[in-house]
Ligand binder design. Structure first.
Ligand code: UDP
Length: 454
């Protein structure tokens, strides 16, 4: 029997999930594993960015479904149902052609793709879960389930500012769902499905043990499998492109003309949308702050419309050379650029890891899901950012931009972010925590192949 060296990755079809899974693939490939990526057809990654991986599109039959944010759960349910057979067929084929490909060592899947558990159990293949979020976010799920079991949901609005018992330092308003609102039962069921790890043998985290030691230890009492914290993945992996959208590199030439630490980078990731008023207030705030800025405005940013349409009349003339607008930026390159001094972020976990890794402090404007937990960490626990809360009124944006980019307060926040950047660096270097964890994971995956009986 050949040595088991193939790892099959099953990513979830969203930018913030595909990116860490592909980075994990690059990390594991650097340790000698062959990488197969079995992905839904919807939002499929670009194989040309990873010529040494094998990509296997799984027919998902969701082409005709509404892909708006509000319908995401239906799309995911359909993918989880429709990709089961194609994944099974592919794995069977792999097992039958072992001499050709090498033996499967394990399947690594994003918990959103929970259909994988049934498939691997039937085939008696070992699996590992990859969590692209923080440990605190996973613990917050537990809080929601407890409230649900006690019939306490929805909570009164007045309780949203209260601290969650045993989940220091988070408040009810930071939880993964808006707990003061009525939610369909299916939403809670889905949360449970993504929280559970089925028969998986381990969990791989895109986090750093030092940042989340307490929450990881608490979770270790619930999930009795080894944890491997390899974060930040993008610093552990050789550089690679993972964008689903085309990056506009013209902004790098614009950044080259700016002063060091002078530019505020504004980007809300791949899903968050601003409404018309927010676009307008952000635009006026950026104008009135008098600071240079690079603003990512996706086409479907504002309520499905072209966001440029929501900008104040004459916006581009008013800002002139002081501002740069793009539809999608090469974000990691942008954050690495010496001209960038701040990042207005929706607090997606990848964005936060990328920002800290380059020592760029943040303006935190969370919108949904884990973004509130991430924002609380950044603004209130690690003090690496300022939180922009509540509706955007005239004057508010301008004030926070100046606090971060001009005031003494911003300099202190930047210094703390730079300290953390060094800790991140240490953790991925030889002997560091993430580096050591990768050594352990490599041994662990290799040991799994001895369990496979086909
Ligand atoms: N990103 C990018 N260009 C942009 C905006 C975002 O390359 O203009 C990337 C960013 O580097 C990050 C990912 O998209 O890796 C977004 O993931 P995140 O978890 O921050 O947010 P999500 O999109 O999942 O809400």
């Amino acid at each position: 029997m050949s040595v088991g060296r193939c790892v099959v990755l099953v990513p979830a079809p969203y930018q913030g999930h595909i990116t860490p899974m592909l980075q994990l693939g690059s990390i594991l490939q650097s340790r000698g594993f062959s990488i197969f990526v079995a992905h839904s057809e919807y939002n499929s990654p670009d194989p040309s960015n990873h010529p040494s991986f094998s990509f296997i599109p799984l027919p998902d039959d969701v082409a005709d479904l509404d892909k708006s944010f509000l319908n995401s759960l239906n799309v995911l349910d359909a993918i989880n149902a429709n990709c089961k057979e194609p994944l099974r067929d592919f794995l069977v084929q792999m097992m039958e052609n072992e001499k050709l490909h090498g033996q499967i060592a394990c399947i690594v899947y994003d918990t959103i793709m929970n259909f994988v558990d049934e498939v691997v159990n039937n085939l008696q293949l070992p699996s590992i879960v990859m969590r692209p979020n923080t440990a605190a976010y996973v613990r917050a799920h537990h809080t929601v389930f407890q409230l649900l079991a006690k019939n306490c949901l929805p909570l009164p609005e007045s309780q949203m500012e209260d601290d969650v018992p045993n989940l220091d330092p988070f408040k009810y308003k930071d939880m993964p769902l808006p707990l003061s609102l009525e939610m369909p039962e299916r939403v809670f069921d889905f949360m449970k499905e993504t929280y559970e790890i089925g028969s998986s043998r381990a969990i791989i985290w895109n986090t750093i043990d030092e940042l989340e030691h307490h929450h990881l230890s608490m979770l270790q009492q619930i999930f009795h499998v080894p944890f491997f914290c390899l974060g930040p993945f993008h610093k552990m992996a050789p550089p690679s492109k993972t964008s689903l959208l085309k990056e506009d590199n013209s902004c790098i030439e614009w950044l080259d003309k700016q002063q060091p630490n002078s530019v505020l980078y504004v980007s809300l990731g791949s899903i968050v949308a601003m409404d018309d008023k927010e676009v307008m207030e952000t635009a006026w705030g950026l104008i009135n702050s008098e600071q240079p800025f690079l603003w990512v405005i996706r086409d479907i940013f504002a309520n499905g419309a072209k966001a440029n349409a929501q900008l104040p009349d004459g916006f581009e003339e008013i800002i002139g050379e002081r501002g740069c607008l793009v539809k999608w930026a090469p974000q990691k390159k942008v954050l690495r650029h010496s001209a960038v001094g701040g990042f207005w972020s929706h607090c997606g976990w990848n964005s936060i890891l990328e920002s800290i890794s380059e020592g760029v402090p943040m303006i935190c404007r969370p919108d949904f899901s884990d973004q509130f937990i991430n924002s609380r960490y950044v603004a209130h626990v690690w003090n690496m950012g300022l939180e922009l809360e509540g509706p955007l009124e005239r004057g508010k944006v301008e004030e926070i931009v100046r606090r971060l980019m001009v005031d003494e307060e911003g300099k202190e926040v930047r210094n703390r972010t730079i300290d953390m950047k060094h800790k991140f660096q240490e953790s991925v270097e030889k002997g560091g925590a993430s580096y050591q964890s990768l050594n352990q994971l490599t041994d662990f995956i290799s040991s799994l192949s001895s369990l496979i009986s086909y």
